[in-house]
Design a protein around this ligand. Sequence first.
Ligand code: NAD
Length: 317
Amino acid sequence: MNKLKILISDKISEKGIDIIRTLFQVDIKPGLTETELIDIIKNYDALIVRSETNVTSNIIHVANRLKIIGRAGVGVDNIDVGAATKKGIIVVNSPEGNTIAAAEHSFAMMLAITRNIPNAHNSIQKGEWNRGLFTGIELYGKTLGVVGLGKIGQRVSKYALGMGMNVIGYDPYINSGLSTKVGINTIKLDELLRNADIITFHIPLTNETTNLIDKKKFNIMKTGVFIVNCARGGIIVEKDLRDAVVNGKVSGAAVDVFSNEPIKKDNVLLGLDRIITTPHIGAATKEAKINVAIDVAEQVRDVLLGGVARSAVNTPN
Ligand code: NAD
């Protein structure tokens, strides 16, 4: 009997591939263009991606054998879930596999920008010894505004409480009892923006959150606020963030995610000492890469063998 076929179109951990390799035919082809995927997707029963492959409606439209798309990670914004649902294809993700990695990166970025670590590093590499230039601020006693109190937002909040920060949060969809249990005071967005010394974002990119933070919102923030975005590009209007840093409203920003990735050399967030950037590496730890690959490979295996997926993000007929 012919084995069912799985296409893996981004690099995922071998530990995940080991789970499906013996049961199915597994083809690993990273870096395919949309046209190349359209050509071959009709041969596959399952597709596994990370964030590099854009699974567009054009690809899904011709994917007549496809039963499941697995996203080794959390965000499914690189997959046209609506098109998959219409076509009867289940989309699964790994909602918890990279929570710790993303929370730790958010905190690392918060410390890096408030203590000037990247700039101090660059300076000392040039042979300079400018201790006076890099005076930072302490997190202890500061108010952290956490926008989005899901898995990552709650974990970041716990780290912040451990550092002696006050934590205020905004999440219209969370049960307020839960946030109180964690020790977070949940308030309205504008109130959070007015009161926080540092604001960190942990929300998905949706119609509601696209351009959530623009010039008007920066204007109501405290002067000297710090911004951390390790959630999704597109939540903050990049040009407005740059302007707010240049005009001093924002003391510094730490950004891991961008509206268009990979970014172009002329991206407005580049070229300023007070905006530090990383290339979407929030989930890039050895542990998280293994976790998400195993999580998604297990679900693809289960669905292809007639079972159910534990983390489906849609409910196709
Ligand atoms: P989650 O689903 O557990 O939490 C998201 C929270 O956002 C939920 O509590 C939800 O109620 C809330 N939310 C939704 N819309 C909102 C709105 N309009 N205003 C305020 N809150 C809103 O997700 P998570 O695992 O905590 O991930 C959070 C974000 O981090 C996602 O965008 C995810 O893609 C991103 N992420 C980035 C990286 C990275 O590499 N930088 C890694 C992992 C996750």
